[in-house]
Design a protein around this ligand. Structure first.
Ligand code: PLP
Length: 378
């Protein structure tokens, strides 16, 4: 079965005459639990909920695949209240005082701050590196965890998941990939050898700018148990309504991602032709330094692109003149959004740096709108 079919089928319940095609959200705190709790599939909703189970089955199926060796594997996914709750679960389940974690200095801002402000102060050693290529392999010596984000956000750096994972495993480290930008439909970290595929499903996975969601997917059942225990103990869980909305949204992921990525590619190519634009960062462009790796490990290059205008004023003019581009943070929605990224601080980027997320609109409209907004820059 092809992905689109598989994903849509995975969101359905078992066909029972007279019941809905999709089960509604299950609202519960405790469930009826007579006698030995081991005989009851659901006992208390901080540990499990049928609405998560349906969503986790769909995401787990998407994260499943085939390793380079040809061995097929089945992934299991655990859902969280947000991407950061999922990120925290991996850090919390894996890292102990004295452990070393290696990550890029351009990894997602909140993940970096969490490590530096909390985990480092509890004795975890944080090794940051500006770029993460095979040249940085010596950093993995004695490491417990390698954290990869590719394409990284917002600078769209690409790193080689398979090569880095192999090196990390040789050094005895586990590997987690923040796969938020491409989604498992665009890139499968577990198939490339990683131990954890982590994502903020707030972005393209659910794609309507209306819910926060995160997940961790693994191949290994021991790692699964650790993440599950972390979730139950810390209680960073999502509500059944969010789980239900997410499952509904995921059915259209193939459509949305295909269109969003196609639009991102067309927009990136358009921006390259404009003299107001100093540079364009998109892994789908042959000029992108990570293009060759991206072709190898990604099925879609993602809906996010970044570009640099002359300065802050130029970026602000562009954003205020563009009428079809909603100024907002976050990405991966059906609506095209963009923002001047430096307004947040914390990333080493130019004042005129814009991160854009291509939506599912007709791309001709978007390009016409961007052309007039660029023309307005003096
Ligand atoms: C947004 C994002 C997160 C955090 O996700 P939330 O759902 O906002 O908690 C983590 N990693 C990346 C790459 C992100 O873009």
């Amino acid at each position: 079965m092809r992905d689109a079919t598989k994903i849509i089928r995975s969101t359905l319940t078992r066909a029972v005459p007279g019941t809905p095609l999709h089960e509604g959200p299950v609202f519960a705190a405790p469930y009826h639990t007579p006698g030995d709790p081991a005989d009851t599939p659901y006992t208390y909703a901080r540990s499990h909920n049928p609405s998560w189970t349906a969503l986790e089955r769909a995401i787990g199926q998407m994260e499943s695949g085939e390793l380079a060796s040809g061995a097929k594997y089945r992934a299991s996914a655990l859902v969280f209240a947000s991407g950061m709750a999922a990120v925290t679960a991996v850090f919390g389940a894996v890292l102990r005082p004295g452990d070393v974690v290696v990550l890029q200095s351009n990894a997602y801002f909140a993940a970096r701050v969490l490590l530096q402000e909390y985990f480092a102060k509890m004795g975890v050693k944080v090794r940051m590196t500006e770029t993460l290529g095979i040249e940085q392999v010596s950093l993995l010596e004695g490491a417990r965890l390698l954290w990869i984000e590719t394409p990284s956000n917002p600078t769209m750096d690409v790193c080689d998941i398979a090569a880095l994972t192999e090196a990390a495993h040789r050094a005895g480290a586990l590997v987690a990939v923040d796969n938020t930008t491409p989604t498992p439909l665009g890139q499968l970290p577990l198939a490339l050898g990683a131990d954890f595929s982590v994502a903020s499903d707030t972005k393209a996975m659910t794609g309507h700018s209306d819910i926060l969601l995160g997940h961790v997917a693994v191949r290994d059942l021991e790692l699964r148990a650790k993440i599950d225990q972390w979730r139950t103990l810390t209680g960073g869980i999502l509500g059944p309504m969010e789980a239900w909305l997410a499952l509904r949204s995921i059915a259209t992921l193939p459509l949305r991602l295909e269109r969003g990525c196609e639009n991102a590619q067309r927009i990136a190519e358009f921006l390259l032709t404009r003299n107001q634009v100093e540079s364009v960062l998109y892994p789908g462009l042959p000029s992108h330094p990570g293009h060759a790796i991206a072709i190898r490990q990604m099925r879609y290059f993602g809906p996010v692109l970044s570009f640099v205008l002359r300065d802050k004023a130029a970026a602000e003019t562009f954003l205020s003149k563009a009428t079809l581009i909603t100024e907002a943070t976050s990405f991966g929605s059906v609506t095209t959004t963009a923002e001047r990224r430096a307004r947040w601080g914390g990333d080493a980027i130019a004042e005129g740096f814009i991160r854009m997320s291509a939506g599912c609109e007709a791309v001709e409209d978007l390009i016409e709108d961007m052309a007039q907004a660029l023309d307005a820059i003096r």
